[in-house]
Design a protein. Structure first.
Length: 229
C-alpha cells in the first residue's frame, strides 16, 4: 500500500493501477487527436513517381486544327502539283487549296527542314480518294521523289540510332462487312521505309508467338490490296 501525505489515507495498488490506465488512455487519445488533426491540416504528399516512357511518340491529326509551321509548305505542295496555289475556296476537295486543312507535313529526318524530304499526310476525300494517304518524299538532285506511299496514316514515331525514326502506320480495310485496322511497323533502310511487322489488329496486340506468321499474312494482304505502293 501507498501512504498519501496530504490526507493520511492509504491508497490501494488497484486504485493506483486504474488511475494509471486512465492516464495512459488519455495520453493515447490526445496523441491520436493531434495526429489526425495535423494530417487534415497538412496532408501527406506522396513521392513523385518516375514517368513511364512510351515506345514512341504517338501522333493524331485533326486537319481542322492543323497549321503549317516552316513557311515553305505551300511552295513544296505546288512543286508536287498536288494542289492549286490559285484556289481560294478552302472546302473544295476536288480542287484543294494548298492549305493545312488538307495537308500535314512531318519531317523525314530529325531536326531537318522539309526542303530535302518530308512525310505528307493527305486528308481523306482529297481528289476523291476515300481514305487518308501518307506519302514519303525525298529530294534527289533538284527533284522531289516519292519513295513510299501508304493507304493509311501515321500514328507513331519511334527513335532509332539513325536520323530516321521508325514509324507505325494505321491501315483500314473493310472485308465481308467487317472493319479491320492494322498497325504496322516500318523502318528506314536504303532510301525507303521497309515493312517490319504487324503489331496490332483491331487495336489488339498480336501475340509474340504469332507475330511472324501473322505479319507475313498481313504484308501479303497490304500488297494485294495496294495499301502500300
Amino acid at each position: 500500500m501507498t501512504h498519501n501525505k496530504d490526507t493520511g489515507k492509504v491508497k490501494s495498488p488497484k486504485l493506483l493501477y486504474r488511475r494509471g490506465i486512465i492516464l495512459l488512455i488519455s495520453l493515447i487519445g490526445v496523441g491520436l487527436l493531434y495526429y489526425f488533426t495535423s494530417n487534415t491540416e497538412k496532408p501527406v504528399v506522396p513521392p513523385k513517381l518516375p514517368k513511364i516512357s512510351l515506345p514512341g511518340k504517338e501522333i493524331s491529326t485533326d486537319f481542322n486544327l492543323n497549321k503549317f509551321t516552316q513557311g515553305n509548305e505551300r511552295q513544296l505542295l505546288h512543286e508536287l502539283g498536288i494542289c492549286d496555289t490559285l484556289t481560294v475556296i478552302n472546302n473544295n476537295l476536288d480542287i484543294p487549296a494548298c492549305s493545312p486543312k488538307f495537308f500535314r507535313f512531318f519531317p523525314l529526318k530529325n531536326n531537318t527542314d522539309f526542303q530535302n524530304g518530308f512525310m505528307l499526310l493527305v486528308r481523306s476525300g482529297v481528289h476523291a480518294f476515300p481514305t487518308r494517304l501518307l506519302l514519303i518524299y525525298q529530294r534527289e538532285g533538284k527533284q522531289l521523289v516519292k519513295v513510299n506511299g501508304f493507304n493509311g496514316y501515321l500514328i507513331e514515331r519511334r527513335k532509332t540510332n539513325t536520323d530516321y525514326d521508325d514509324i507505325v502506320v494505321r491501315f483500314f480495310e473493310r472485308y465481308d462487312r467487317q472493319k479491320y485496322f492494322y498497325h504496322c511497323l516500318f523502318t528506314w533502310d536504303k532510301g525507303t521505309y521497309n515493312y517490319v511487322n504487324c503489331e496490332e489488329i483491331n487495336d489488339q496486340k498480336v501475340k509474340k508467338d504469332k507475330l511472324d506468321s501473322v505479319s507475313k499474312v498481313v504484308y501479303g494482304y497490304l500488297q494485294d490490296k495496294k495499301l502500300i505502293f
